[in-house]
Design a protein around this ligand. Structure first.
Ligand code: FO1
Length: 312
């Protein structure tokens, strides 16, 4: 069994590669829900949807989120009615949020709704939200505290960050299957996602970090930082503002208490020695995933490395 910790676009690409080589029933994907937000009365789970749409072949590949060839008629009409439309929800995408919200209002948990959406879209991988409980990632600046989507999308990540707030983390319990899938896995893969607001949120859910320390699984992570910058998203800016070294080494330090193996890009080969001083085996390869072949090649590399290191 392979269990993965995942954020949005970067994770979805690696998971797409993994899905080409791992039977779906052997793959569990634990997904960040700190980005979840309510828009127009609907519960939107961006990272869950990015992963589901990617694995179902529905995603808008250019943007990495949303559904390909979607239209935005509903949003245009909402704008006529004076509603804010900075978060671009396509017409077909809206159907997912309507379905999710209806099920949640009928009393189903987010994990049950996610399973239902996966089944209806023909996915056999086990996709689990990190928690069924309220959990919202918020960004504190000098003047205000705002939801992560407001910081990321509405304000294009321009603000100076003072603190990341994991609102709800004190009460949020892991969703059914989260701890079990970590404890029972042979390999746990930490996807190349934002270490603070995608993976950091999952690690902030009660018991997850402890499970990662205790599991007998081989734990391997792929760095989202390549040569000091990020492929997509604000991870580098966020790390800088919070005084964390913006490098693969900075990411490795955040995972050092549980990680066995760290996969970095070839351009970061000079950091191998420093990562290994943390007690983590460091390996390098080309980690950019521009094509489907890149996704499959990196997924194979991660699996082979985890298995090789197990035998050593
Ligand atoms: N990202 C944007 O930059 N702009 C958007 O308008 C936007 C809409 C959106 C709608 C549905 C969805 O599932 C994701 C969407 N995203 C959008 C992506 C999302 O904000 C982030 O990339 C993730 O939360 C981070 O993983």
């Amino acid at each position: 069994m392979i269990t993965t910790l995942a954020g949005g676009v970067g994770a979805a690409k690696l998971l797409d590669g993994l899905s080409s080589i791992v039977p779906p029933e052997k793959l569990t994907i634990i997904v960040n829900t700190g980005d979840d937000c309510e828009f127009h009365g609907l519960h939107v789970s961006p990272d869950i949807d990015i992963i589901i749409y990617t694995l179902a072949g529905l995603v808008d590949e250019e943007k990495g989120w949303g559904i390909k060839n979607d239209t935005f008629n509903c949003l245009e009409m909402l704008k006529v009615y004076g509603h804010e439309t900075w978060f671009k929800l396509g017409d077909r995408d809206l159907a997912t949020h309507i379905h999710r919200t209806m099920m949640l209002r009928s009393g189903y948990r987010l994990s049950e709704v996610t399973k239902d959406i996966c089944t209806r879209l023909g996915l056999k991988q086990r996709i689990i939200p990190m928690t069924d409980d309220y959990f919202a990632t918020k960004i504190r600046t000098d003047n205000e505290t705002m939801h992560f989507q407001e910081y990321l999308v509405r304000r294009s990540s321009v603000d100076v960050i003072r603190e990341i707030v994991y609102d709800g983390s004190e009460n949020a319990k892991p969703a059914p299957g989260v701890i079990e899938s970590i404890m029972e896995a042979e390999i746990v893969i930490v996807c190349p996602s934002n270490p603070l607001v995608s993976i950091g949120t999952i690690l902030a859910v009660k018991g997850v970090r402890q499970a990662l320390r205790e599991t007998k699984a081989k734990k391997i992570a792929v760095s989202p930082i390549i040569g000091g910058t990020v492929v997509k998203g604000p991870a580098d800016k966020m790390m800088r503002y919070l005084g964390i070294e913006v490098s693969a080494l900075g990411v490795a330090k955040l995972y050092a208490d549980f990680l066995d193996v760290f996969v970095m890009d070839e351009v970061d080969a000079s950091l191998v020695h420093d990562v290994e001083k943390l007690g983590i085996k460091a390996v390098t390869t080309n980690t950019l995933m521009k094509t489907k072949d890149d996704r499959v090649r990196l997924a194979k590399f991660v699996l082979d490395t985890a298995l090789t290191y197990r035998k050593a």
